[in-house]
Design a protein around this ligand. Structure first.
Ligand code: SPV
Ligand code: MN
Length: 624
């Protein structure tokens, strides 16, 4: 029996017709194979129609994966208590024998496929399976990558409708031309709270060769929403093979003087201020997580891979995040996940107002002081609790840029990490290679609750992409360095650090200072202000920041604060170079240029140290 015939027998006629309308035998074969393997009771095929989307929304509630909240359009979803973040240990890239990819878990392809197919056999028994079509990037553009998602979770399908552009018509249009990505997900057996029960059999296996990702026995979005971090593993590889960039970056517009619009990308590990930067209320958000960057006639053009936000909710408060606050308190379509709910209202940690002392959260019925099985006190909401909402809900979204088929020209690229003691709050690279190597490839950040495991440990995380690297890091960096050669107009590269502390451990910056750094970077992209040359790049001049602090935040910025923040910490920078060199030295297949750039930075630091000592005030450097 051919695949189409199988599908005809297996699906309701109405659903089958939707599949038949797409002329793509590879798709038919894929669907037949996995519908047969997962063996659901029922299959629903989503077209781009409002009714089909509405069907998915309704099912998420009917099946108990989401509960309606008091406000129109709001629902809450819970993941299992031990299923609250990306599971790095059980996420594996399947590779042929002999292939090694440093830093990520790999597994022999044959073995992995065998295991995951065994785990997924009959896994959707008794459930409804959703077949969904989406695209990454704006529709019908040079960025567009079609993708098909199979999932037995209406919550996952619902999330994708909020986060991605619909792709059924695109599949129909492309027919056999569609070079699509494939995602197979099952939450597995569910417990009474409708959370995945068999966590020990949680697996996220990425088959590069088949451009297919399998995800089983988990619900947390980072493990299950195929088009997000699962697709990201596949697109990084495509980008390296095809000579463009697929990055873990926000995309935003910073508004310069006289209505000037300058677009920036920003790569930060999870929980390092990426989303809150992209959402500064007087700037304009285009995307908060994933950006494709291509060269077009010598320009670097960027587009948001997504059209929605799966953002961290902890710490969102009215004063610092007025826009998100407003969005979360309006009748938009929003899925709150792993928050505290009381009387139909969502609450979260550090929201700046008193919150109830009991209710329901990711641990079930919750009360203040409740402890988990390990004896740890359970906070009101999980640290990695999130909200899922479309960008259309944001009054400051740049929707024109979001859907521009040619993307937007990128003026600057920012790298940021959680760094207590080395990087100043903002600095600019001397050139592309200097930025790519000393800011991107040398990015380190303290670990956070976005992944399972210990928090607060300094971890190497080049381009904030380490968890997702599906190619050898040497090949990835070579592609980055080569990309410059295609560019006639090069984005400037910057590094930021919102988490610098003094020797006593006190933060040196306020949460909103980043808004000033952005304005400074915008001016630098256009050469509007001078800067101070240091051994590690250019830093702002005090006078410029003083003016910007007043203009942007209406704050007086003191010379003392400036000096503390922008002192070049030579021993820390030297130690960092040593760490980074060692890491890359041990890996092999690293472009020689990386070591040269690091060596030059070391020489500059040593020279400056001889002249000024270990801790160099920006005022000293300005004079020289
Ligand atoms: C991140 O952790 O970087 C996120 C959320 O953007 S997740 O979908 O888990 O990757
Ligand atoms: Mn992310």
């Amino acid at each position: 029996m051919g695949p189409l015939e199988y599908l005809k027998n297996r699906l309701d006629p109405e659903q089958f017709e939707k599949i038949k309308a797409i002329d793509n035998p590879e798709l038919h074969e894929f669907l037949a194979k996995y519908i047969d393997l997962l063996n659901p009771a029922k299959v629903f095929v989503c077209t781009d129609s409002k009714e089909d989307e509405e069907y998915v929304r309704r099912k998420a509630i009917e099946y108990g994966e989401e509960k309606p909240l008091a406000m129109d359009g709001h629902t809450v979803h819970y993941d299992g208590y031990y299923d609250q973040a990306r599971d790095k240990a059980r996420t594996k890239i399947l590779v042929p024998k002999g292939v090694e990819i440093p830093f990520v878990n790999t597994m022999d392809r044959e073995e992995g496929l065998k295991e995951i197919h065994e785990i997924m056999k009959d896994i959707a028994k008794g459930k409804e399976l959703f077949v969904c079509f989406f695209v990454l990037g704006p529709k019908n553009s040079i960025f567009t990558i079609p993708a098909v998602q199979l999932t037995d979770s209406a919550y996952v399908a619902h999330s994708e409708f909020i986060l991605y552009r619909k792709g059924y018509e695109e599949f129909k249009r492309l027919g056999r031309e569609a070079k699509f990505l494939k995602f197979v997900h099952s939450a597995g057996e569910l417990d009474e709270r409708k959370t995945s029960k068999n966590i020990d059999k949680r697996r996220i296996y990425i088959d590069l060769e088949g451009e297919t990702v399998y995800s089983a026995n988990t619900q947390y979005g980072g493990n299950t929403i195929g088009l997000k971090k699962l697709a990201f593993r596949l697109t990084i590889r495509r980008a390296v093979q095809e000579g463009w960039l697929s990055e873990h970056m926000f995309l935003m517009r910073v508004n310069g003087p006289n209505g000037r619009k300058t677009y920036f990308t920003g790569a930060y590990p999870s929980m390092c201020g990426k989303t809150s930067t992209a959402m500064i209320s007087w700037e304009n958000i285009v995307g908060d997580d994933l950006t494709f960057i291509v060269d077009m006639k010598g320009e670097a053009r960027g587009a948001n891979v997504e059209k929605g936000v799966f953002g961290i909710i902890q710490g969102v408060n009215q004063e610092d995040d007025p826009i998100i606050w407003e969005v979360l308190h309006s009748p938009n379509e929003i899925i709150f996940s792993n928050v505290l709910v009381k009387d139909g209202k969502p609450y979260w940690n550090d929201m700046g107002i008193p919150i109830p002392e009991e209710g329901e959260n990711h641990s079930g019925k919750w009360w203040k002081g409740k402890k988990d099985a390990e004896g740890n006190e359970i906070p009101p909401s999980h640290k990695n609790a999130r909200f899922t909402v479309s960008l259309e809900a944001f009054p400051n979204a740049d929707l024109e840029a979001l859907e521009a088929p040619c993307g937007v020209r990128i003026g600057g690229m920012i790298f940021g990490g959680r760094d207590a003691d080395t990087w100043p709050p903002v600095r600019e690279a001397f050139d592309w290679a200097h930025g790519v190597v000393t800011m991107g490839a040398a990015l380190e950040s303290e670990t956070t609750a976005a992944t399972l495991g210990k928090e607060g440990v300094r971890a190497f995380n080049p381009m904030a992409i380490l968890d997702f690297l599906s190619v050898h890091i040497g090949d990835y960096l070579r592609n980055y360095l080569e990309f410059e050669k295609k560019l006639r107009i090069k984005p400037k590269i910057f590094a930021v650090n919102y988490f610098l502390r003094d020797k006593d451990g006190n933060w040196l910056n306020h949460k909103l200072d980043k808004a000033v750094w952005l304005k400074w970077m915008e001016l630098r992209v256009h050469g509007d202000v001078d800067a101070i040359e240091t051994p590690v790049g250019y830093i702002p001049k005090y006078e410029d920041l003083k003016r910007l602090f007043k203009e942007v935040l209406n704050k007086d910025y003191s010379r003392e604060d400036y000096e503390k923040q922008f002192t070049i910490r030579v021993p820390e920078f030297l130690a960092k170079i040593e760490r980074i060199e060692k890491i890359y030295g041990d890996v092999g297949n690293i472009p020689e240029e990386l070591f040269k750039v690091l060596e030059k930075e070391r020489e500059r630091l040593l020279k400056a140290k001889e002249k000024y000592g270990d801790y160099i005030s920006p005022f000293q450097l300005e004079k020289s």
